[in-house]
Design a protein around this ligand. Structure first.
Ligand code: 4AD
Ligand code: MG
Length: 480
């Protein structure tokens, strides 16, 4: 007999039929004559109830039916007599495919802390919260490819191992197969990377942007969506050492079009989640309402999850320059009352997440796009403005998250780019191919990077980024 999935069983189409169900036990409860088993197989947040009548099912067969066990059940799908579910299964036979001994199985039918579940990341897919998050994660990935495909963008696989550090931040993970206990040295006593696998120093990529730019100078509209790696020692709720980034790159687009694309993409994805993940979002919405009850009044979120998603959809993002933002921040209450950890004294300061969140959560109360940042705090490749002070950068800031997107119009003028690279000590020799693009058929172009896990955090309402990726990589943590 072919296995029926819970999602389709709950639609009721097979009511009256004999069916085969396979899945994992969430809970079992019962009385003298009957046991009720809640089963889940990951196809939906909803469990299906299996009724095991002890006149039909041998009691010993139920001994190993405990939370976490894997079962194959043959039975009849019927309309439920009880309240709480529309359909249930009357079991004719129950086979235990894999027991989960209750003395050892870490997940019990009770609320576990997120920290505990992180330590048991191999099992946390079996909780409502993580199965919901991972279904939503999947839907968002699918939605991203659909958005770009429908608009004529081509997906480009940019390399994961690179010889360049795109952001010039130097916070990269080295890739090498040299023997760490016996490193080859050159004449000067330095490590001889000519002997390394690639014959040069290489690292895991921090961004696919530079290579995406190469592709955009022929294919016009491209995007990469791949893993990126940063060895920054940031133990925050919004940083991972390994995260996924969506990076579109568009020939002939200026910064305004770049902002339009970023806003359209974010709204599309939020709508996509609302349209395709209603059950999972409803579950996370009620989960958050429970969580909020335990929070202090000042930490309480002003909106519930779904309400917040709809709010973002129906409002234009605010667009202001960095300079305007600094004015707002300088005159803000927390700055005057010295409540910010980093006080805003003048133009040029790098914005910290407390400032970004003030603008978004307190001042404007909606997503904000900041643009035209001081060149000193941005990467070498951003297009320089006529004022000599600012570059055509843009960051999209979100409530509860801070920076969701970082992007810019790129410097397409060879001389200007070379001059900026020299000022910032970015080695020309390593990026000869990037400069070549400005020599041969250069064109204005723009792009941005959207941090995928930060987006999933926003959509699911999860407070910690470690809970929206199956196996988080953070400082001192690479288990599983
Ligand atoms: O602002 P970032 O560093 O921009 C770039 O890497 C550009 N090369 C992108 C481009 O223009 N093509 O990173 C982009 C986004 C951030 O806005 C943030 O959402 C996310 O990536 N991000 C991280 N997400 C999780 N953990 C980290 N450590 C992150 N660092 C950046
Ligand atoms: Mg950034």
């Amino acid at each position: 007999m072919k296995r029926s999935e819970i999602k389709s069983l709950l639609s009721g189409e097979q009511v009256g039929e004999e069916i085969l169900l396979k899945g994992w036990v969430r809970t079992k409860r019962g009385s003298k004559n009957v046991a009720f088993i809640a089963m889940n197989d990951g196809t939906t947040i909803n469990n299906i109830q299996v009724v095991a009548d002890l006149s039909k099912i041998d009691e010993s067969a139920l001994e190993s039916v405990t939370t976490g066990a894997c079962l194959a059940i043959i039975g009849k799908l019927v309309e439920s007599q009880g309240s709480g579910q529309q359909y249930e299964i009357e079991a004719d036979s129950i086979e235990v495919l894999g027991a989960a001994h209750p003395d050892e199985y870490p997940l019990q039918p009770k609320k576990h802390s997120l920290e505990f579940l992180r330590e048991n990341a191999h099992l946390r897919f079996r909780t409502n919260t993580f199965s919901a998050i991972n279904r939503i994660r999947h839907a968002m990935i699918f939605g991203i490819h659909k958005f770009f495909n429908d608009r004529g963008f081509y997906n480009i696989h940019t390399p994961i191992i690179t010889g360049s550090d795109a952001e010039g931040a130097g916070e990269t993970f080295r890739v090498s197969n040299l023997d760490l206990n016996n490193l080859p040295k050159d004449e000067e006593g330095n490590i001889d990377f000519r002997k390394d696998f690639f014959g040069k120093e290489t690292n895991l990529t921090v961004s696919g942007q530079l290579e995406a730019e190469l592709a955009a100078m022929a294919l016009s509209k491209v995007y990469t969506f791949g893993p990126t790696f940063r060895a920054e020692n940031s133990n925050t709720t919004r940083h991972l050492a390994e995260f996924w980034m969506i990076e579109p790159e568009v020939a002939f687009a200026d910064l305004d079009e770049n902002m339009d694309l970023g806003e359209a993409l974010l709204k599309y994805l939020i709508q996509y989640a609302l349209d395709n993940c209603a059950d999972d979002l409803a579950f996370l919405d009620s989960r958050l309402i429970e969580e909020e009850k335990n929070k202090k009044a000042e930490d309480k979120s002003p909106m519930a999850l779904i309400e917040k998603l709809k709010f973002v959809l129906t409002n234009d993002f605010v667009r202001i320059t960095y300079t305007e933002a600094i004015d707002i921040l300088r005159n803000s209450k927390p700055n005057k009352k010295k409540k910010f950890q980093y006080l805003i004294e003048g133009w040029g300061a790098d914005l910290q997440s407390e400032h970004e969140r003030f603008l978004v959560e307190k001042h404007f109360k909606k997503p904000v796009i900041l643009y035209d940042y001081p060149k000193e705090i941005k990467a070498f490749y951003m297009r320089q403005n006529e004022d000599g002070k600012t570059v055509r950068a843009m960051d999209i800031l979100f409530p509860g998250i801070g920076e969701m997107v970082g992007g810019s119009q790129r410097e397409e003028r060879l001389e200007k780019l070379e001059q900026r690279m020299a000022e910032m000590n970015v080695p020309k020799e390593e990026l000869w191919w990037y400069l070549d693009l400005r020599k041969f058929g250069t064109a204005p172009h723009s792009g941005f990077g959207l941090g995928f896990e930060r987006l999933v955090q926003f959509v699911t309402g999860m407070g910690n980024i470690r809970d929206v990726i199956p196996f988080p990589r953070t400082p001192k943590n690479a288990e599983f």
